[in-house]
Ligand binder design. Structure first.
Ligand code: 1GP
Length: 253
């Protein structure tokens, strides 16, 4: 429960927190090393590692080892399949893609992955994963039936079902690199339905977007694509300060 407790403590103190997502497929080892330092300095609370395409256990291992050498943040696996589970991480989002049309992504991969997680001694963080809108690559790979972003009540009921199933985190995923994040009005409706931790990601590129989403109810904001662009230090600082400002406003800190 170490990483979960750490995340909860961070959320209690800061209101909302930021997690950086590194995709091993899109970054060279040198870029991973540089980014690990940058995200720690910018104020991210943890690093997620994963990607939908062309990621193997070997590339996950290599990426996570480099992160560990360059920063002290917890590393959480964001798995796309059973072949992306690394023994070098601190924890894994043990997630179910709730609106997939293929049972493999709801429970099949989890059954296969459970023994590996146990063998590697990884902390499992139970999470309901819901793909909204365009959904990007993960929507295609995960065979999701994407939920329309403004069908807030339906999205909220998926989230509530996740909570009732015992998941302690719910992730509303807009899809990596999409043009628009999930609408803040939808995040607000989901927030009002659930008590567990709410994660929002996909298409967030600026501090003002992160701020309204955190204010609307996101406990955790995830960004990945901005880390693959120029001027990453400034963009990341802007996003992290937006997350903190939004969380403080919502919680009156
Ligand atoms: C993808 O939600 C994450 O799973 C991050 O999305 O790459 O658009 O920041 P971006």
């Amino acid at each position: 429960m170490k990483v979960e407790r750490y995340l909860n403590d961070e959320i209690e103190v800061k209101g909302s927190i930021h997690l950086s997502l590194l995709d091993p497929e899109k970054l060279s080892p040198a870029e991973v090393a540089r980014l690990a330092k940058i995200v720690e300095e910018a104020g991210s609370s943890a690093i997620m590692v994963g990607g939908s395409l062309n990621v193997s256990e070997g590339t996950m291992d290599e990426t996570i080892k480099i992160i560990r050498e360059n920063c002290n943040l917890p590393v959480i696996i964001f798995p796309s399949n059973v072949n992306t589970i690394s023994r070098y991480a601190d924890a894994i989002w043990f997630m179910s893609l709730l609106n997939s049309m293929n049972p493999y992504f709801i429970i099949g991969a989890q059954v296969q992955g459970a023994a590996i997680v146990k063998k590697y001694g990884l902390e499992a963080l139970p999470m309901g994963y819901i793909i909204v809108g365009d959904g990007g690559t993960v929507g295609i790979i995960g065979q999701a039936r994407p939920l329309p972003p403004r069908k807030a009540e339906i999205i909220a009921l998926y989230a509530l079902a996740a909570q009732y199933l015992g998941m302690r985190f719910v992730y509303i995923e807009g899809g990596s690199g999409v043009s628009e994040p999930v609408p803040p009005s939808t995040v607000k409706v989901v927030r009002d339905y659930i008590d567990v931790r709410l994660i929002v990601g996909g298409g967030i590129r600026r501090g003002d977007q992160a701020e309204v989403l955190a204010e609307a109810g996101a406990d955790i904001i995830v960004t990945g694509t901005v880390l693959e662009e120029d001027d990453v230090e400034r963009k990341l600082r802007d996003i992290v300060s937006g997350v903190l400002a939004g969380g403080k406003k919502r919680k009156g800190l």
